[in-house]
Write a protein that binds this ligand. Structure first.
Ligand code: ZN
Length: 261
């Protein structure tokens, strides 16, 4: 519906402004963040905490707002890695199976994106269809206009792969390898949005808002607030986002979506 308008206003030369997508154009996607603990392996045990994840996710959403994509925290799980003895972050390319084997069975699910944080890996981050992994100790080459810390950039980059994007080696770009760049060009934005439509767990902002409003009208305030919280973190000043925040406050639910233990 809004697509025709978008094509008309799309700026030339790959320039993007963060506010080009309307609220109705936004796609919302759940992510489950896993903080891997490891009693016997300092190479696995993440030192990240909940407040780090909040900050990282905010910055990821600043990056992805240029494509009208938004990620909300379905849950934050701190869990003991399994198969720790098999994991040795040695030569690149030989550790993939052991890495995937670190994921505890009980927190796996097929209807959202999984992001695992651990201490050490040969790569800064890596994407598999089942899960993406980011290491605490990621480091990047600074480029002009780049982001101010590595973890949100690496996380955003791996999410780019999840949304079908390939590498593009131009310093300031999100899909360049190993830099702080965060830009997406028109083709990448349109490709990522196309991919978003194919995941059955990705919703549009108006759909989610409609469900939240229905719950709110029925007086199911706590359930409404959970849905509103998924919209409320969109980092742009949309009226609907303000309303979601207001209604969350009305439901008197603490601003937290850490539903899992
Ligand atoms: Zn990559």
């Amino acid at each position: 519906m809004a697509l025709a308008g978008l094509i008309l206003i799309a700026p030339a030369h790959g320039q993007t402004s963060t506010n080009r997508f309307a609220f109705d154009d936004f796609f919302l996607s759940p992510v489950r963040v896993h903080l891997l603990s490891a009693k016997d392996s300092p190479a696995i045990h993440t030192t990240l905490r909940e407040e780090d994840i909040t900050r990282i996710l905010q910055k990821v959403n600043n990056v992805w707002s240029q494509a009208g994509l938004h990620f909300y925290l379905e849950s934050l799980v701190r869990e003991e890695a399994q198969g720790q003895e098999s994991y040795t972050p040695a030569a690149e390319g030989t550790y993939h199976l052991a890495l995937l084997g670190l994921r505890p069975m009980e927190s796996r699910s097929t209807n959202l994106f999984h992001i695992y944080y651990l201490r050490e890996m040969p790569n800064n981050g890596i994407y598999f269809p089942a899960a993406l992994f980011v290491k605490d100790t990621a480091s990047l080459r600074k480029v002009e206009g780049g982001i101010d810390e590595p973890l949100p950039r690496v996380t955003s980059h791996e999410l780019g792969h999840a949304f079908s994007l390939s590498h593009r080696q131009d310093n300031t770009n999100l899909m360049a390898s190993g830099t702080t760049g965060t830009r997406l060009n028109e083709a990448e934005i349109s490709q990522a949005r196309q991919a978003a439509r194919k995941f059955n767990w990705v919703q549009t902002a108006p759909d989610l808002m409609e469900k939240a409003d229905a719950l709110f009208r029925e007086g199911k305030l706590t359930n409404a607030a959970i849905l509103y919280s998924r919209v409320a973190m969109i980092p742009l000043g949309f009226e609907q986002v303000k309303l979601a925040k207001k209604r969350m406050a009305q439901a008197a639910l603490p601003h937290s979506n850490s539903l899992a233990k």
